[in-house]
Write a protein that binds this ligand. Structure first.
Ligand SMILES: Nc1ncnc2c1ncn2[C@@H]1O[C@H](COP(=O)(O)OP(=O)(O)O)[C@@H](O)[C@H]1O
Ligand SMILES: Nc1nc2c(ncn2[C@H]2C[C@H](O)[C@@H](COP(=O)(O)O)O2)c(=O)[nH]1
Length: 256
């Protein structure tokens, strides 16, 4: 933030179609100096499918493959999604003006929800084999330990709504790959988020992240078309970021 060069790093977490992208746009309009990183869904829908150096054989929609044949493609999906999130996190943000980095960076989901929500859920649902889950956890833990503070987050913004609300929003959005998603899957993911971020009963293997503060934001009601509700949510985020900055980056006193 400001001249000290350190940004406060937050992840925006929540169920499928809860409203993360919509919320991220609102953050962008409210805090134009923040750096916002969207989830790389488009990359998952169009994975270069190889071929030779001379000729590519096109691309694969890994998101669709994972939903159509989860037992076959879940492990591949989780390696690719986690790698794409890690690349986005490690990529240097563009400087706002020379010498003035962004005060806050917000990532839509994270390498932590990749593991403690999605991969964990796929394992518990039987779509990741015990061996695949063990291998995933091995490289995930190794990589993140090697990266140390570069892979750490200071806090989480958790958008929370009832799974039924998410299903309604998901149907309204009508992303073609998600046509087969049922309420039960959103209930499972809701439970994973709650155990990880609220109840804290999920075993988390990284001390910083385990103790990172969580701001729970209730988005069950429509905030998209309600300026007053938007104002309340943005004020909550600003207060959270300000307090977190004072706590975690005390040597960088610049205001947000
Ligand atoms: N608070 C809200 N109330 C009503 N509809 C919403 C709200 N937030 C998002 N939506 C709508 O729900 C759908 C999914 O939102 P989106 O932001 O794409 O979710 P996510 O990024 O979490 O998957 C979109 O059609 C969006 O317009
Ligand atoms: N199996 C996994 N699926 C994931 C993961 N991260 C996102 N997703 C899916 C869920 C949605 O269908 C789509 C985009 O998510 P939004 O909530 O942003 O709409 O991708 C994951 O790690 N594993």
């Amino acid at each position: 933030m400001g001249r000290c060069g350190a940004a406060l790093c937050l992840a925006l977490e929540g169920n499928i179609a809860v409203g993360k992208s919509t919320f991220l746009k609102l953050l962008g309009a409210t805090f134009p100096e923040w750096h916002l990183v969207t989830e790389p869904v488009a990359q998952w829908q169009k994975v270069p499918a190889g071929g030779t150096a001379e000729a590519s054989v096109g691309s694969a929609n890994l998101l669709q493959m994972m939903y159509q044949e989860p037992a076959r493609w879940s492990y591949t999906f989780q390696t690719f999604s986690c790698l794409s999130r890690l690349k986005a996190m490690l990529e240097l943000p563009p400087e706002r003006f020379p010498g003035t980095p962004h005060p806050v960076r917000v990532f839509e989901r994270s390498i932590y929800s990749d593991r403690y929500v999605f991969a964990k859920n796929l394992f518990e649902a039987g779509h990741l084999q015990p061996l695949e889950w063990a291998i995933y956890q091995d490289w995930h833990g190794f990589l993140l330990r090697q990266l140390g503070p570069r892979a750490a987050l200071h806090g989480f913004l958790y958008l929370r709504a009832m799974p039924r609300t998410c299903l309604e929003r998901l149907r309204r959005r009508a992303r073609s790959e998600e046509g087969g998603i049922q309420l039960g899957y959103l209930q499972q993911l809701h439970g994973q988020h709650e155990r990880w971020l609220v109840e804290k009963t999920t075993e988390v293997h990284f001390a910083d992240v385990k103790h990172a503060p969580v701001l729970v934001l209730d988005v069950d009601k429509d905030f998209e078309h309600d300026a007053a509700a938007q104002g309340v949510l943005m004020a909550q985020v600003e207060a959270f970021a300000t307090a977190l900055r004072a706590q975690t980056l005390p040597s960088c006193p610049n205001p947000l």
